[in-house]
Design a protein around this ligand. Sequence first.
Ligand code: IPE
Ligand code: IPE
Ligand code: MG
Ligand code: MG
Length: 374
Amino acid sequence: MLSGLVLSLTLTYPATIVPRNGSSRRIANGGRRKEILVLDAAAATLPRKSGSVDRLVRLAETDMAGVNRLITERMQSDVPIIPALAEHLIAAGGKRLRPLLTVAAARLAGSDNDHCLKLAAAVEFIHTATLLHDDVVDGSALRRGKVAAHLIWGGAQSVLVGDFLFARAFELMVETNSMKALEILARASRVIAEGEVMQLMRSHDLNLSQALYLEIIQAKTAELFAAASEAGAVSAGVDVAKTDALKAYGLQLGLAFQLVDDALDYGGATETLGKNAGDDFREGKATLPLLLAIARSGPREAEFWERAVGRREQTEADFRRARELIIGTGALDATLDLATDYADKAKAALAIFPADEWREALEDLADFAVSRRA
Ligand code: IPE
Ligand code: IPE
Ligand code: MG
Ligand code: MG
């Protein structure tokens, strides 16, 4: 029954079914989406460091095996739809950056116990819950290379399983007996919701200021990166200066991460992103690449933006034109430049720590946040 449903969705949404690592890639529009990978070409002239999470993943391998065990264990429920829906998203992987951050912060801060593992699992549950909610809010069809859960099980079901995962996160946090960590992650959960609501209310606002845009991405994304990192530091019992440094690192990293995410929506490829490039444009979401391109456009383009984004009267060809304008006006590069600045600030925040392998791995992660294509 379920596989029949998935199959019919596959047939209904062929252009958006993109296996992440699969060799049998089938793209219904004859490979046109391949042209979307324009970010490298657009940014080719800019000197940016390419980063990698490989070192971090290697260092955190044992810890993350424990985190993943907790995730699998705690996503269970006697209500069958809950583990089925949660597993659909969780088994699809994801980069696990936020729990990696919690573990790395704890280890860099000198932790030699496993308190950070439960916090890391809680952080990933909070993130997973926000993804379930976000895909309903944004009407997104693809997540982690799979059909979004709400298109299989329904929007109400997706929202409620998101609530379940939030609750699981809080159970895990309580088990750590750390009121401070609970406070940090509870606050982040509240601020994410505020950020998502703020974004929803301003989504088609072509006059959104850069300051307000930054406030929104800080709330919806960067605060969880900051909290993930700070909670790791707290679990290590390190001093305030080092805890604040790790929190600052997470915040700047999160800002860079979301700026790049917004750039990838125009310059990335659906195949590598695991979500549909162009979703922000089709939704009329006022992100920085779009806002900068609008600010740099002439009157003819102004009419285009007003129609396609302001009134959301779009044709198939409009995304291509938007992309060309965003690249042609330098808006994509300017967005990546700003992300690079934040990534540099993130790295600078780590100066308080000795330059050991964990610090270097976190520096790599900051470069990865900017150079990533997935
Ligand atoms: C997606 O985050 C949501 C944003 C903040 C842009 P990730 O890109 O970290 O998602 P996964 O967990 O790797 O799928
Ligand atoms: C990311 O929202 C932040 C949260 C999920 C809370 P977006 O809507 O920008 O991210 P994607 O593009 O769906 O991953
Ligand atoms: Mg979204
Ligand atoms: Mg969203």
